[in-house]
Design a binder for this molecule. Structure first.
Ligand SMILES: O=c1ccn([C@@H]2O[C@H](COP(=O)(O)O)[C@@H](O)[C@H]2O)c(=O)[nH]1
Length: 264
């Protein structure tokens, strides 16, 4: 099945645009969880059990796993095994290198670990992303306008009067590839989000930045009016008492769906 078909199916089945970010930190594990890789796996299981019917995707940011050393790689694998079939998985690894190295990154993430999709960094150009784009049934999210304030240092630079993030959006969406290609645009940049939607009205957007980063939920949901959107929330759901995880996720699920219901 194509990646976009899998995403559409689960978004319809769970009536949701919500993606929970599984970004576990030993220092933020709630009471009752051992501060070890075993405790992290138990925590990830608790998050997944509490939210799996509310989400379309889980995003695992590799930084939080790599920081645990060899145990972290095993944790990526064992966490993936906990995610119910049908729910999309996102490897937030922000990869990209010369083509033969990118081929190994793509192999590790898609074939060894078995993720459905990956985030890639476009800074090294189209040939650095092609090995990811070559996979049928996988998704690739290209960083376009990131949610951090420093993203503006580079992404808003203009080339012939066009900001770089817009050139990236045009470059990666003008052709069709074996994989389904989407763009990462932070909810903290609502104006640019609108511009990206104008350039790529039908392409999927992965939108982080809601909650802890103060992004604009109205703008994020608004982007779903023309094409698919996945809204990621990590800390605002997974930090805090474990028995509040479902309530925090449900609140966002409801807010997102209330906004969607308001559209004609
Ligand atoms: O532009 C970007 C790209 C990726 N991220 C990642 O998304 C989550 C956001 O976490 P919150 O706790 O909800 O702020 C995290 O993994 C980031 O590395 C992003 O925030 N912005």
């Amino acid at each position: 099945m194509r990646f976009m078909d899998k995403l559409k199916r689960i978004q319809e089945a769970h009536n949701t645009l919500l993606c929970v970010g599984l970004d576990p930190e030993l220092d933020f594990l709630p009471e009752g969880f051992e501060r070890s890789h075993r405790g992290v796996l138990d925590f990830n299981r608790a998050v997944i059990d509490a939210t799996s019917d509310l989400v379309c995707a889980y995003k695992l940011n590799f930084a939080f796993y790599e920081a645990m050393g060899a145990d972290g790689f095993n944790l990526l694998q064992s966490t993936l095994e906990l995610i119910p079939t049908g729910v999309v998985t996102i490897a937030d690894a922000k990869r990209g290198d010369i083509p033969n190295t990118s081929r190994m990154y793509a192999k590790a993430i898609f074939e060894v670990l078995g993720f459905d999709s990956v985030t890639v960094n476009p800074y090294m150009g189209l040939d650095s992303m092609m090995p990811f784009f070559g996979y049928h049934e996988k998704g690739v999210w290209v960083l376009c306008r990131t949610s951090n304030s420093g993203g503006a240092d580079i992404q808003l630079l203009e080339v012939d009067d066009t900001p770089l993030y817009q050139l990236v959006a045009s470059m990666v969406t003008r052709d069709n590839y074996a994989a389904d290609v989407g763009l990462v645009v932070g909810a903290t940049a609502p104006d640019e989000l609108e511009q990206v939607r104008r350039i790529a009205p039908k392409h999927p957007l992965l939108i982080p930045g809601i909650g802890a980063q103060g992004g604009d939920l109205v703008a994020a949901v608004g982007a779903s009016r023309s094409g698919p959107v996945v809204i990621n929330v990590s800390r605002s759901i997974i930090h805090g008492p474990v028995d509040g995880i479902r309530a925090r996720a449900e609140k966002l699920w409801s807010e997102i769906n209330a906004l969607r219901a308001g559209y004609p």
